[in-house]
Design a protein around this ligand. Structure first.
Ligand code: SAM
Length: 489
């Protein structure tokens, strides 16, 4: 009998795929099951039948996988954030490694022949690691109670989150205080009415301080009417939580998917936080130093010499969400850099990678399109005693064109180009220019699909993918960070 939607079938989950679903088979056809752990034997309802695959939903677990664990978050089923919190951690890491190896197998493309897969970088910290939090705000229909949290999966319904185990506890306390003490209204998307739209927090793991932004559904002109009330609230908040080093008000009356508007007002403290990252891949630890290795500050933890770098991060600047795993990722990429190198750090943000590499670099060129990040990067080079650097503000592809002309004139190339683009990856034209500027590309990616696409483009431009290493920037989610090293043949 032909299979139909809503039929109930028995399945065994085989392995995880990149989306976080588990792959199973029914009469030879691939079935993707949400929330299943490889090894689970389940009864499932057929949701959709496509030409090449079926989507199904678990109705009953007949026999749980030995790798299935109890999620540590009580909102696991409602929130949808940490979608793999029901999978035992080491097993999950081996699954992520398998996903990478399959995506970059020679079966997928000729561009992936003879790649060295390095062991997956595990996260040392599995809870309270998330240093950037963006909570949506709403209010209940009748009692007008404020709700703060994340949207339920595939919806804009705010799940009220009082406790989130992956963010520092202090953030739960602060959002709790806002829920209890905010006397004005919360935003209701359906009617596009109500005041408080989002709560944004950037937390410094090094200092325990944070920058708080309240996003309002009003423009700046309206601010005068509520200024005293907002300032009184900010005063109470900052008085109760000395960990808050700055409070910003952002004005975003537009009904768009963009969380923040263009205008921001500082109403308390400073408009940035300071984060610190430690590098163990440093001269004190045996790595060959650059001529001048005074960048950052020397430190010793845990028992191993290291160098600590300091970063100023403003509200609109990107910084890695998980600083502890970021340190490991940056050390892994630093190992590919030769001492006294000329380095181009494209998509450079506030200079997180540039400065991390500075004790091995002769000169660093940073390219970044966000003005806020570029201003922070300039401050950060100074903060870390880096002298030989240049910073370009603008679209990477356009700046690469300028750099190509400059380098051609001087007859020079970069010893290494670091690419760390956003999820959508780089750009064909940008990669074509890069391929003429260096013999080594170190690509850091938060999206293996766009990384694979870009590696194929670079392969056609004469580069060979030498090694690939996964890293766990977002434990218990399907996300995979990767470090790829490519060399010109
Ligand atoms: C994934 S972040 C990496 C930042 C930095 N490497 C770090 O680790 O903190 C990507 C950065 O690329 C910047 N960016 C995005 N598109 C860009 C473009 N077309 N040209 C230049 N920079 C861009 C973003 O503003 C962001 O700072």
């Amino acid at each position: 009998m032909e299979l139909k939607q809503d039929d109930i079938i028995e399945l065994t989950a085989e392995k995880l795929v990149y989306s976080g679903a588990a792959l199973s088979h029914y009469e030879g056809k691939a079935v993707f099951l949400e929330n299943a752990v490889p090894g689970d034997k389940v009864k499932a309802r057929v949701l959709r039948i496509n030409k090449n695959f079926i989507r199904a939903k678990i109705l009953e677990i007949i026999e749980p996988s030995s790798h299935r664990i109890k999620p540590f978050c009580p909102l696991f089923n409602a929130c949808g954030g940490c979608n793999l919190q029901n999978v035992e951690y080491d097993f999950l890491i081996s699954q992520k490694q398998g996903i990478l190896e399959e995506m970059f197998s020679p079966l997928a493309s000729d561009a992936f022949k003879d790649v060295e897969f390095k062991p997956f970088i595990k996260a040392d910290v599995l809870k309270e690691y998330r240093c950037k939090v963006q909570n949506a705000v709403s209010e209940t229909k009748v009692s007008k109670r404020l709700l703060t949290g994340y949207y339920k999966e595939n919806s804009h319904e705010v799940v009220n989150i009082k406790f989130c185990p992956i963010q520092p506890k202090i953030i739960d306390e602060i959002t709790g205080f806002i829920r209890e003490n905010w006397k004005m209204s919360g935003y209701v998307e359906r009617t596009n009415k109500g005041l408080l739209k989002h709560i944004l927090i950037r937390y410094s793991s090094a200092e325990g301080k944070m920058l708080l932004t309240l996003v309002l559904n009003k423009d700046f002109e309206y601010f005068n009417k509520i200024k005293s009330e907002i300032e009184e609230f900010a005063c109470a908040l900052a008085g109760k939580f000395p960990q808050i080093s700055g409070i910003l008000i952002n004005f975003n009356p537009k009904k768009t998917n963009k969380i923040t508007g263009d205008v921001t007002e500082l109403i308390f403290g400073e408009d940035f936080v300071t984060e610190k990252l430690k590098s163990f891949e440093c001269a004190e630890n045996g790595a060959e130093p650059a001529e001048d290795k005074t960048q950052g500050t020397p430190c010793e933890k845990p028992g191993k010499p290291c160098r600590e770098f300091t970063y100023k991060i403003s509200k609109d600047s990107f910084f890695q969400v998980n600083p502890k795993t970021a340190e490991k990722v940056f050390d892994a990429l630093k190992a590919f850099v030769e001492p006294n190198s000329y380095i181009l750090d494209a998509y450079g943000g506030v200079g997180a990678i540039s400065i991390f590499l500075s004790d091995k670099a002769k000169k660093i060129t940073l390219v970044e399109e966000s003005e806020s990040a570029v201003n922070d990067a300039k401050a950060n080079f100074k903060l870390n005693n880096c002298e030989n650097y240049e910073v370009f503000l603008g679209d990477a592809k356009e700046i690469f064109k300028t750099l190509q002309k400059q380098m051609q004139k001087q007859g020079k190339t970069y010893n290494a180009v670091v690419l760390d683009p956003p999820r959508k990856g780089s750009d064909k034209e940008a990669l074509e220019i890069i391929s003429k500027l260096t013999k080594k590309i170190i690509y850091v990616s938060c999206n293996p699909s766009t990384l694979a696409r870009d590696v194929k483009i670079l392969h056609d431009l004469g580069f060979k993918l030498k090694s690939l290493q996964g890293a766990d920037m977002f434990p218990f989610t399907h996300h995979i960070e990767s470090i790829a090293c490519l060399e010109k043949q």
